[in-house]
Ligand binder design. Structure first.
Ligand code: MN3
Length: 238
């Protein structure tokens, strides 16, 4: 794409925003911001997780909320160029190495980018309804059953005051654990590796569930991509 076409794309996308059309063109608009960070495509339709997560929530969550983290991350990379060259997981694993002038921004926006990318990949329409193999064996050993593990994740997400995430992680001791992080903090800075994670910010569920976070969490399990969770577990244990 040459510069003229690129500018035309931006103008077209801006027009779509101004006319209020809920079209896919806002994604192109969001991605037009230059820098090392890119908004990843969702990989399935906004409506694919219905009825558990509604299409409008998915579109706004991906195309506006996640896009905002990506755009902010690119602005931070303009101020601290190493952000664009270092592996994102290395940065998030030790935020003390990030210059203080950009540290909070990196924590919130690069963390937000990492968390959401993880989250989109962890969901899928259809697919296996429960874990199998090594992951199931480890869940049963640590929690007794998949349902008992899910109850712990739901309790962690329900108990998170304000905004944040609930996670099933492999800790430094290589054992499964359930944790919650605030805001866009990631398990990486705790030395933990995420197997499952669920966004409990109100923007993740409010249009459909309003204040019923518990109902959203219960429904969310229907969207889990257990193949991806198994791959995350295998990587974490390697
Ligand atoms: Mn979110």
């Amino acid at each position: 794409m040459n510069r003229r076409q690129s500018l035309k794309l931006i103008a077209g996308a801006a027009g779509a925003v101004l006319t209020g059309g809920l079209t896919g063109s806002r994604t192109a608009f969001a991605q037009a911001a230059s820098g090392p960070f890119k908004l990843p495509p969702l990989g399935y339709a906004f409506s694919a997780l219905e009825p558990h997560i509604d299409a409008m929530t998915m579109e706004i969550h991906h195309d506006r909320h996640h896009a905002a983290y990506v755009n902010n991350a690119n602005q931070l990379a303009a101020r601290w160029p190493e952000l664009g060259t270092m592996p994102i997981e290395t940065i998030l694993s030790d935020l003390s190495k990030v210059p203080e002038s950009v540290r909070t921004g990196v924590r919130n926006n690069v963390g937000g980018d990492w968390n959401h990318t993880f989250f989109w990949e962890l969901m899928t329409p259809g697919g296996a309804k429960e874990p199998s193999g090594d992951l199931k064996a480890a869940i049963d050993k640590a929690f007794g059953s998949t349902n008992a593990m899910a109850d712990k994740v739901n309790a962690a997400g329900g108990g998170r005051f304000g905004s944040g995430w609930a996670w099933l992680v492999v800790g430094k001791d290589k054992k499964l654990d359930v944790i919650s992080t605030a805001n866009q903090d990631t398990p990486l800075e705790l030395g933990a590796k995420a197997v499952l994670g669920v966004d409990v910010w109100e923007h993740a569920y409010y249009l459909k569930y309003q204040n019923r976070r518990a109902d959203y969490l219960k429904a969310w399990w229907n969207t889990v991509n257990w193949d991806k969770a198994a791959a995350n577990f295998k990587k974490a244990m390697a």
